[in-house]
Write a protein that binds this ligand. Sequence first.
Ligand code: BEZ
Length: 212
Amino acid sequence: MASIRLGDIAPDFTAETSQGELNFYDYLGDGWGILFSHPADFTPVCTTELGTAAKFKDEFEKRNVKMMALSVDGAESHAEWIKDINETQNTIVNFPIIADEDRKVSDMYDMIHPNANDTLTVRSVFIVGPDKKIKLILTYPASTGRNFYELLRVIDSLQLTANHKVATPANWKHGEKVVVSPSISTEEAKEIFSGGVEEVKPYLRLTPDPTT
Ligand code: BEZ
């Protein structure tokens, strides 16, 4: 399977999950989606990640993003593991976890990297836009848990830059100044952005976050 790249259409699938059989596109509807893989059930880092994801669900929902996780164990195993996650992370896992025993979805999304581990998935993240295109890909090794604040931050950037002619600078957070897209002139930018445009260099123009 060729790897998936930014701008590709996210492959659709129907899979068994901890919430029964689900079709990915139907589940996402017209909103955004985040699909993230975990190496295996009953593993420590994954347990903390899924607990954290559950606690962040409201924040994802505010951004119209639905979560779907994946692990290569079966639905019965997921059900037992979810009890542990709820107990140890003091939360309730409230989104589906794909039971990818046959590796169908893992293979489709190239989540198994044989030189890292030939059976377990790496920690992949795919963010899918309402047009079903892949907007962001992250890949972490099994040994490093993901930062869910960063996932919210990139979603804020993706959603802002999808709707405004801006890009977000290093370490940007919602509400901070953004850079004017290189595709428009400073003259045009001054007409578009009511908050004003600061020209640091002809190619580096700053403007307040247009959504604040
Ligand atoms: C974990 O989730 O804790 C984990 C899984 C596989 C290898 C190392 C850590």
